[in-house]
Design a binder for this molecule. Structure first.
Ligand SMILES: Cc1cc2nc3c(=O)[nH]c(=O)nc-3n(C[C@H](O)[C@H](O)[C@H](O)COP(=O)(O)O)c2cc1C
Length: 340
């Protein structure tokens, strides 16, 4: 198994819904939502990629880092390196049925387990999507991170119970899904939440002995409101550029959010991360862990569970290499000093 073969196979399977470009930067697929692109002009997706591309590493060669430490523990998960697979749902309408939804969830959850990392699982208008991800989570005794859409409180509570039953100890709400055109097209739009409403969702998770993360935070202001509501973690994300056109790249806003949070809860980030070097850039900007979406979807479609584990191992070894070249002994010690 190698990445070229995985990508070639994924290109065939996707039948045009994703061109599997050499650089997955959102240029060719602008506006393709449903699809794999960014919403509208696609600028938000491109900003994610471009914001990372403009960052430069400081080379450091005089040091003694031979075997950098990449392991990380977060939300009770022991990770071989600080990466999780971002939740991706709706392969039928987004990726031209390139893969059956159940097979996809199996590939990412089990492939992540093989590689010592963890996958997010998605939620969507049809209940089945959440159930398929949780069925895989149950097989791994809850080694998955389920994401729930910002529905009405009753449905969120029901889905938290389902996640707990699958063995999950932490769940997330992708609050930015209020901007998703796909939910509106299905007649199931979701709406913003006040701090009080968010606090009630957090309480509902805590009552079940679970932690709750909010995904989609792009400003220090929203981050502080989430902290007031009592959340246990944040994901800086613009949903891969799919919910608001002309949003900044996540690497641009991550330092502001991390500074506002001041270590009170873990801060995760996603958007445009493609290599181990990109992972280290996000850690240097203040992330505790990094999520990756589309490239793992391509790895799953082109290589199944093995493809996912292979891509993860490629990322881990790239990360190790860049840590040696920047003199970074431990992912816990990554910081702005690694960048020019
Ligand atoms: C086709 C597609 C489906 C997605 N479905 C979900 C979802 O169900 N829940 C969610 O929180 N995010 C979803 N996302 C967003 C990803 O979790 C993630 O935020 C984004 O893909 C990260 O950007 P990247 O793909 O550039 O790595 C989806 C993204 C894509 C491309």
């Amino acid at each position: 198994m190698n990445m070229d073969k995985i990508r070639e196979r994924a290109r065939l399977q996707a039948k045009g819904a994703c061109r599997v470009c050499r650089q997955c930067d959102g240029r060719i697929c602008s506006g393709e939502v449903p699809g794999m692109g960014g919403a509208g002009t696609g600028l938000s997706f491109r900003h994610n990629f471009d914001a990372l591309a403009t960052l430069r590493f400081k080379t450091k060669l005089v040091h003694q880092v031979h075997f950098p430490k990449t392991e990380k523990e977060i939300f009770g998960f022991k990770l071989s390196f600080p990466v999780m697979i971002a939740p991706i749902g709706g392969l039928a309408f987004n990726l031209n049925r390139a893969m059956d939804e159940a097979e996809y969830q199996e590939a990412v959850v089990m492939g992540a387990q093989d590689a010592g990392i963890v996958s997010g699982t998605p939620d969507a208008a049809p209940m089945e999507v959440m159930q398929l991800g949780l069925a895989q989570a149950a097989k791994t005794s809850g080694r998955a991170l389920p994401f729930i859409k910002p529905w009405e409180p009753g449905e969120i509570a029901e889905k938290l119970s389902m996640a707990k039953e699958a063995g999950c100890k932490t769940a997330a709400v992708d609050l930015d899904s209020i901007g998703l055109i796909t939910l509106r097209l299905m007649g199931r739009p979701a709406y913003p939440k006040s701090v009080i409403e968010l606090a009630a969702i957090v309480d509902s998770a805590h009552q079940r002995g679970m932690k709750l993360i909010i995904k989609g935070v792009m400003t220090a202001e929203d981050a502080l409101d989430c902290l007031t509501a009592g959340v246990d973690g944040l994901v800086v994300s613009n949903h891969g550029g799919r919910v608001l056109d002309s949003a900044p790249g996540t690497a641009e806003v991550l330092p502001l959010v991390a500074r506002a949070v001041e270590g009170a809860v873990p801060v995760l980030v996603d958007g445009g991360v493609r290599s181990g070097g990109d992972v280290l850039k996000m850690l240097a900007l203040g992330a505790d862990c990094v999520m990756i979406g589309r490239p793992f979807a391509i790895a799953a479609v082109g290589g199944g569970r093995e493809g996912v584990a292979h891509y993860a191992e490629t990322l881990r070894s790239q990360l190790e290499q860049v840590m040696i070249m920047t003199g970074c002994p431990d992912v816990a010690e990554a910081g702005p000093h690694l960048l020019t």
